[in-house]
Write a protein that binds this ligand. Structure first.
Ligand SMILES: NC(=O)C1=CN([C@@H]2O[C@H](COP(=O)(O)OP(=O)(O)OC[C@H]3O[C@@H](n4cnc5c(N)ncnc54)[C@H](OP(=O)(O)O)[C@@H]3O)[C@@H](O)[C@H]2O)C=CC1
Ligand SMILES: O=C1OC[C@@H](O)[C@H](O)[C@H]1O
Length: 383
């Protein structure tokens, strides 16, 4: 791209909560701080479902440029001609309707995880994106970290030999009643907002398993896993509190063990065990906490008394810093810009079929464990 003007992507932010603020702050970090020169981002607008003044407060809080417009409704944002792509940062329950509103208005969409409440809703979004010829991606930011790409590349290149098993956990210890309220209104546990450990945190455990046992496999081996699972419900609301999923990928026989909880922690001790463990015939690669924002991995060669070490590498720990003082959410934004510049409707890193496959796993786990949201939340009815 040298000598050419960078491609500019104009963003609208839908919702003004916690992650909207973090994402937008990252979006405003100059791409040059991460050695990116081929694309750039402009913050054109933000919308609050509450009021224009709330949207303006949000823009002020992230030091938005004065040209960024506040909107008092999501519909007004979807109709804003100064916006190319909309980042959706509402609770899970609202992703389907909000994304559909934007896609039908001809906007590209980056939608927070989980894509939707269930696979049926995600399928509708994909169909509309295809019909409208606009870009659509689930915002699984973890996948776009250079260290995540490096890990995928190492494993795909046979660095671990044949991968047989991946363990992945994302659990946060919480004093659930104190932190999320006795009434269960907080989005983490609220059934009316499609809360629960699986859709909020377990999706990261599944994404690590899918990155290795599905994504980097040759296309003919990317088959749906067979799953068995267990759910323990949160007594106050009935959402899932602790969930474990065992996945077998039929084309390779490799197994994934995905766990999540809002009662125990992936990193409770002063010397926590790495929550992601990729195990191959030549050794293990483990990823340090937090697995959604990877920064360190460790390689440990397998050694046996009779055969010694099969790996051509030694034990080592690798660290990669996140440049520019941000969270690392800018890398997924850069991916959106490059895909749209290149006329792609979906990303190869977080493609539609893979998002759908992960949604199908979560659907089955919830069904088997008896965690079903209201008919309205599970429906594809719109509006
Ligand atoms: N990638 C990541 O690391 C993270 C992703 N997330 C994901 O981001 C999404 C939002 O999470 P988070 O920002 O923590 O949530 P918050 O509760 O902090 O914010 C949600 C925002 O959505 C809007 N909203 C619209 N309708 C509702 C409603 N009925 N109830 C509550 N809020 C509503 C509100 O903005 P307004 O009133 O202005 O319209 C609100 O501020 C979730 O999908 C979550 O899984 C969350 C945390 C981290
Ligand atoms: O997506 C997420 O990742 C980080 C967690 O802190 C947060 O609860 C979750 O929504």
């Amino acid at each position: 791209m040298s000598g050419k003007e960078p491609f500019t992507l104009r963003w609208g932010i839908l919702a003004t909560g916690g992650i909207a603020k973090k994402f937008t702050t990252d979006l405003l970090i100059p791409p040059s701080t991460r050695s990116v020169t081929d694309i750039q981002h402009v913050l054109s607008a933000a919308a609050s479902s509450t009021s224009v003044s709330r949207a303006q407060e949000f823009l002020t809080s992230v030091n938005a440029p004065a040209s960024a417009k506040p909107h008092g409704s999501y519909a007004a944002l979807a109709a804003d001609p100064s916006v190319d792509i909309i980042y959706i940062a509402t609770p899970h329950s609202h992703h389907y309707a909000n994304a559909r509103l934007c896609l039908e208005a001809g906007k590209s969409v980056l939608c927070e995880k989980p894509f939707t409440v269930n696979a049926a809703q995600a399928e509708v979004l994909v169909r509309i994106a295809r019909e409208k010829g606009v870009f659509l991606m689930e915002a699984v930011w973890t996948r776009f970290f250079p260290i995540a790409r490096e890990i995928r590349g190492f494993v795909a290149g046979g660095g671990l030999g044949e991968v047989k098993r991946v363990w992945a956990d994302l659990s946060f210890w919480n004093d659930v009643e104190r932190e999320f309220g006795e009434k269960g209104e907080h989005r983490m546990v609220n059934m009316d907002l499609a809360g629960g450990a699986l859709l909020d945190l377990g999706i990261y455990s599944l994404t690590w398993i899918f990155q290795i046992l599905y994504h980097i496999q040759p296309p003919s081996s990317r088959t749906a896993p067979i799953t068995a699972s267990a759910i323990t419900k949160y007594h106050l609301t009935g959402c899932d509190e602790t969930t474990s999923v065992l996945l077998t990928f039929p084309s390779t026989g490799a197994q994934g063990i995905a766990t999540t909880s809002i009662r125990v922690s992936s990193a409770a001790t002063s010397a926590p065990t790495d929550p992601v463990r990729i195990q191959g015939t030549h050794g293990d690669l483990t990823v340090a906490f937090p697995p959604y924002r990877p920064w360190q991995y460790t390689l440990s060669p397998a050694e046996s008394a009779s055969r010694g070490k099969l790996a051509d590498w030694d034990a080592q720990t690798v660290e990669r810093e996140i440049p520019g003082g941000g969270m690392g959410m800018f890398w997924e934004a850069d991916e959106c810009a490059r895909c749209i510049r290149d006329g792609k409707l979906e990303s190869e890193v977080m493609g539609w079929e893979e998002s759908l496959e992960i949604m199908r796993v979560m659907d089955k786990v919830r069904k088997d464990g008896g965690v079903i949201y209201s008919d309205e939340l599970e429906s594809v009815k719109y509006p």
